[in-house]
Design a protein around this ligand. Structure first.
Ligand code: SAM
Length: 219
């Protein structure tokens, strides 16, 4: 029976590959390949520094999973990795600011409302070094995860990016790195661009972008 099942299965797969889109490779990440490459490069560079790794704004966890896989593949199961998100989309305060002060429509600054904390944690229960934190990144106390050696900040809008940038940078260890997504203009998420630009200007830090949209600040 098994001897017949195998050729039938292979024939079905052949048909599926030739005549359907079921096996079309997909790119599931919200960030560019060069951003993923930079994350790996920076994770390896800061390997021996003291401190924690943060992803702030995680959505359903694609980049989180990528980072977990890399840490696990390198035997770095004793790292402290924090995934911080509201796990219920943007805050009303941040959306209101985009509409009132940045000319966005509500539809432009909506998304991620379907994510819930319990399901997210269930999806990551295999990674014991990862801690999910349900918090507003504008008011989260970063001293509780300090020192920080690598942070990937990806919360799209102006206010949370501005507020988190200040606090993360203040808790960044010497030699650490802060990566910021959506440093791109014009774009739906150009609040992140504005916040990053202002931060670099205020602190007289070099305005550097990797690929099309990832700001990078090394301390
Ligand atoms: C673009 S997604 C993150 C994508 C993720 N980094 C990735 O690469 O797959 C933006 C996330 O930021 C979160 N977010 C927005 N405002 C936030 C805030 N004030 N505090 C914490 N998380 C926030 C949203 O809930 C959403 O999950």
């Amino acid at each position: 029976m098994a001897a017949i099942a195998l050729p039938i299965r292979q024939f079905a797969m052949k048909l599926a590959f030739r005549y359907t889109r079921l096996r079309t490779p997909a790119y599931p990440y919200l960030v560019e390949p060069v951003q993923l490459a930079t994350l790996v490069f920076e994770l390896d560079r800061i390997k021996n520094l003291p401190g924690s790794i943060l992803e702030v704004g995680v959505a359903w966890g694609m980049t989180t999973r990528f980072i977990c896989e890399h840490l696990e593949a390198c035997g770095r199961g004793s790292e402290r990795f924090y995934a911080i998100d509201t796990f219920e989309s943007f805050t009303p305060r941040d959306v209101g600011f985009e509409i009132e002060h940045r000319g966005k429509t509500r539809a432009q600054v909506s998304g991620f409302g379907y994510i819930d904390f319990a399901s997210w944690k269930r999806n990551f229960r295999g990674f014991e070094f990862l801690t999910a934190v349900k918090a507003d990144c504008s008011t989260f106390d970063y001293s509780t995860v300090s020192p920080i050696k690598l942070a990937f900040l990806d919360v799209d809008l102006y206010l949370p990016t501005r507020n988190a940038l200040r606090e993360i940078y203040a808790n960044l260890v010497e030699g650490g790195v802060l990566l910021v997504d959506d440093v791109l203009q014009p774009s739906r998420w150009d609040g992140a661009y504005q916040a990053y630009l202002e931060f670099c200007q205020e602190r007289k830090l070099p305005f550097q972008v990797i690929g099309n949209k990832m700001g990078i600040l090394r301390k």
